[in-house]
Ligand binder design. Structure first.
Ligand SMILES: [Zn+2]
Length: 306
């Protein structure tokens, strides 16, 4: 059994019956309402170790009114509705507006948060980024009417009437082995020098996840995959992906890197990968593995354990 990936396993009741057809203004005024804040890509946390810094109903309503920012219902817990509010309209220097906490990029601090807080902030971020990027009807360009407590958008042009929903873009990530105790790892030129990881890429229209695994490995490394087995998945709202992990078995052969995306790709033995270090203390040759909260790392660790 694979242990749960960071950002997954959110236990929150997403309150479908309440949010369906619901008016967000009503939800914001319900007793016990609490708000998690978003400002220009960053989210508010506080304390040591850090956790979500929730705002109560009075303060949240005041901020919503002052900023006119997007608000949506995330779900319900025993104390009442939980909402996400975008206050990007507020000014603020490098530190962001003063709200009694720290404005952080989830990607940098996710692993330090309680797992439920990390999952909830990932959910809030994914929703708010969708709203941020979905201002007009993609079919006809008219404005949108926000519905379902912030979870859907309907074109305001009656003859069009297209519906728009939050999107999640599937990306596959795979640990490729050759059946002879070697794994195929590579690196992209934009990564920190010395970091090696699994191959990955977006799923394209008209292919299954397994097709995407085979195509990406062929494109990035010139290696043919003959089997792909599902491993686990990880929400990755940076901005709107889900990473779907696979263990793939490939035919032997010398990899040839895709010159546009891959700086280096090669087979490594289990012993070699086991000797890779961490970013702050690299192993032999300056090599290190991706961070511990990534599905790439989970794939590699599971293989190392055999
Ligand atoms: Zn439209």
């Amino acid at each position: 059994m694979t242990s749960a990936m960071l950002y997954s396993g959110l236990g929150l009741d997403r309150a479908h019956p309440i949010r369906r057809g619901g008016d967000i203004a009503e939800q914001m005024r319900r007793p016990g309402a609490r708000f998690t804040l978003y400002w220009r890509g960053r989210q508010l946390v506080g304390g040591t170790p850090p956790a979500i810094r929730w705002l109560d109903r009075t303060y949240g309503l005041r901020l919503a009114e002052a900023t006119g920012g997007t608000c949506l219902l995330l779900g319900e817990d025993p104390s009442g509705p939980l909402l996400a509010l975008d206050i990007s309209a507020l000014g603020g220097g490098e530190q962001g507006p003063e709200m009694g906490g720290n404005w952080v990029m989830l990607r940098s601090v996710g692993g330090l948060l309680p797992t439920q807080d990390a999952a909830l902030l990932a959910y809030a971020r994914g929703m708010l980024v969708w709203r941020e990027r979905t201002r007009f009807c993609a079919t006809c360009g008219a404005g949108l009417l926000i519905e379902d407590s912030g979870h859907s958008a309907k074109c305001s042009d009656e003859t069009c009437g297209a519906l728009h929903f939050p999107r999640t873009d599937p990306a596959i990530i795979m640990l490729v082995t050759d059946g002879r105790d070697r794994a195929l790892l590579g690196r992209q030129p934009i990564w920190a020098p010395g970091m090696y990881s699994c191959l990955a890429g977006f799923v394209e229209p008209g292919e299954s996840l397994e097709d995407a695994v085979a195509r990406e490995v062929w494109e990035e490394a010139g290696i043919r995959v003959r089997e792909a087995r599902y491993f686990a998945s990880q929400p990755w709202p940076f901005p709107s992906s889900i990473m779907i992990g696979f263990n793939a078995v490939a035919e032997d052969g010398e990899p040839v890197p895709d010159p546009h995306e891959i700086e280096e790709v090669r087979w490594f033995s289990r012993d070699e990968v086991g000797a890779f270090g961490e970013a702050d203390r690299p192993g032999e040759g300056g090599r290190f593995l991706p961070r511990k909260d990534s599905i790439a790392r989970a794939l590699v660790e599971a293989w190392l354990r055999g």
